[in-house]
Structures are given as structure tokens and as C-alpha cells.
Write a protein that binds this ligand. Sequence first.
Ligand SMILES: Cc1cc2nc3c(=O)[nH]c(=O)nc-3n(C[C@H](O)[C@H](O)[C@H](O)COP(=O)(O)OP(=O)(O)OC[C@H]3O[C@@H](n4cnc5c(N)ncnc54)[C@H](O)[C@@H]3O)c2cc1C
Ligand code: SF4
Length: 349
Amino acid sequence: MGDFQVKKQSKKYDAVIIGSGAGGGMATYVLANAGLKVCLLEAGPMYDPAKNSCQLNRPWDSPRRGASTKFRPFGDFDGCYWGWEIDGEPYTHVGDTKWEWWRARMLGGRTNHWGRISLRFGPKDFKRKSIDGLGDDWPIGYEDIKPYYDKIDRLLGVFGTNEGLENDPDGIFLPPPKPRLHELFIKKAATGIGIPVIPSRLSILTKKINNERGQCFYCAQCGRSCKVYADFSSSSCLVIPAMKTGNVDLVTNAMAREVLTNKEGLATAVSTLTKTMARNTKWRVKQLSLLPARAKAQGYYSIQNRHGIRTVSLIQVTWLENICMIPPGRAWEDTFLPYLTANDTMKME
Ligand SMILES: Cc1cc2nc3c(=O)[nH]c(=O)nc-3n(C[C@H](O)[C@H](O)[C@H](O)COP(=O)(O)OP(=O)(O)OC[C@H]3O[C@@H](n4cnc5c(N)ncnc54)[C@H](O)[C@@H]3O)c2cc1C
Ligand code: SF4
């Protein structure tokens, strides 16, 4: 494959954020609300629980009766796209270890199906080395972080109870759901032998906290993601509200492959690969996506794989500042292309 020329994206941002999960979503929300112009790059597709969730679907709504696939390892109704294996994104183990990493690819990342258990680090969690010699002490302690936990509780809504426990700090909680009969039995038995039993602490709205989000109606399908936004997900509670500020350009299906730097080593841009797959569809370069090769400036790549799926892989650069280096020609080969070229026939159109 020849060299590549990368077309400049003229708009410059105050911040380019890679990934829209719990971390990237919060960064986007905070910076956009502070007035910064933000570009949010997400490797997966757009996902809005209100429109895309399978909440309340019935078994016969799935051709597999809800059974799992590689795309949805936790079942056809699960709120998370991909997981332990992702087509085109090989995963390696060190030696004969078998440690697996769950990788979501969608707006909101893993928060679309996470457990919603929202616990604070306690004072001891910051100082483990001093306590038992394991790990390292953090340079900060619980009191430094507490104001931010309080802010999060108010912003996102967490239910629970204040218990005054030593290493499970209290919070600013919504009321927990009423305990069910078996929970009352367990509490009674455990309390009798000195084991405290308290309600979970989950980021689920047992009461309305604003007009954007609904209240939980206890369908017990949070893992599918919540259409009324009664649970926390980065997509529903951070990215989608942040986009309403007008300060966020969200680019989906854009996988960051390199942070480009200037001579001083400062970040100037992030280059991404756009990987979009659609059956029998031709995808063309849009303004933000880009990429002709040096040899054929108007061209785009189309790849026909064994299963008849057409894929276009593009390199895109999102600019932070004026100066930006065009990445050297072998940019693609290091990322998706080994997979695609090894398995597919490729032609340039
Ligand atoms: C089944 C399950 C249940 C869980 N339950 C709980 C729980 O109850 N309580 C709790 O505290 N934690 C829980 N977790 C963990 C929690 O979900 C994660 O710690 C949290 O979501 C991590 O946020 P993150 O932003 O780091 O990553 P993610 O949420 O995974 O988001 C990463 C995002 O970055 C994107 N991305 C990755 N690489 C690139 C790239 N190169 N370019 C562009 N985009 C990229 C991905 O597509 C994804 O959208 C659970 C996790 C799982 C899988
Ligand atoms: S938050 Fe409540 S209404 Fe929403 S999915 Fe979970 S249980 Fe159902």
C-alpha cells in the first residue's frame, strides 16, 4: 500500500477527547459546560438509550430469542455492543495468561450496561501502603475528593442510606427502594449475628431530579440501558446533555490511532481511523472523515470481505492547533489494515 495524504480538518478545538465512556463523557460534559469547544471521538456508533435500548422487548422480538453473539456477548437485548472480542481489533495476552478485557464500542462505552453500583473510595482506600504495605499511598486523600463525590451525587443521582461506616463514606443520597420480603429476612438474620445489612448504592433515580430524566419504574432491565434515562449512562446523562450546549462535535466510528505532537512534544492533533461497515453499501468521504492516498488524491478505499460486507477505512485528523504533521505513509498498516488486508480483497476506486 502506498503513502497517504491526510486532509486537514480546518476547525480547531480547545480539547479533543478520545472515548465517550464514563471518563470521556464526564470530561466532555464538564469542559463543554465551561464553554470550551470540544471534539469527542468515539470508536463505536451513536447510541441513545431512548431510541436504541431493547428495554421491555420480548423474547420473540429477537431472532435468537435473546441468545448472545460475539457482538452482544451478554445477549441480544444487552445494552453493550461488543465485549471480549471485536472484529478487526485483535486482543493479545502476555505469555500463557488468559486475562480478558471487556471492550465496549458505542457512545457511552460500558456505562450502557454497567451494574450502576456507585461506591465512593473510603479514606483507607487512598492509604493502603501505610495500612498493609500493599500498593502505594495516593498523594491525595478522601477529603480532597469528597467535594467531587458530593457533586456527582447531586448531578447524577445515587440512592442509598447514610450509615456512618468507617470506610464506606456517606453521600447525598436519594431514598433507596423499599426492601423486599427476602431482603428483610436476610437483614434480620445477619443483624442478629453482627453483620450490617444496608441497601445498595446505585446510580438510579428513585425520584426525579430534573426534567430531562425520568424516574425508575423498577423493570429490572438496567443492563439493557434505560429508555427514560432513570439510570446513569454516559450517553444519556453526560454526552447527550453536553451536546445541547452547542460546544461539542461528536464524531462516531472514529478510532483514535495517534496523538500528533509538535517539536516541543505538545499535542497538536489526534488522527483517527474511521471504520464503518454496512452491508452492500458504499460509503463516501465526508467533510470530517477524509482520506485520499497520495497516489490517487480523489480516491477512497473500498474493501469487499468474504462475507460480502463493504468497508471503508479512512484516516482523519482532528486539529488542535495550526501546526500538524502529516503522518507518514504507513499509518494504516499498523492498525486495522493487517486484519482487513489479510482477510479481504482490496481495491481502490
Ligand atoms: C458488565 C459490567 C458491569 C459493571 N458494573 C459496574 C458497577 O456496577 N459499578 C462500577 O463502578 N463499575 C462497573 N463496571 C465498570 C465500569 O463500567 C467501567 O469502569 C467504566 O465504564 C469505565 O469507563 P471508561 O470511560 O474508562 O471506559 P468505557 O466506558 O469502556 O469507555 C471507553 C470508550 O472509549 C471508546 N474507545 C476506546 N478506544 C478508542 C479509540 N482508540 N478511539 C476512540 N474511542 C475509543 C470505546 O468505544 C468506549 O466507548 C462494570 C463494567 C462491566 C463491563
Ligand atoms: S433504571 Fe429502573 S426503569 Fe430504568 S431500566 Fe433500570 S429498573 Fe428499569
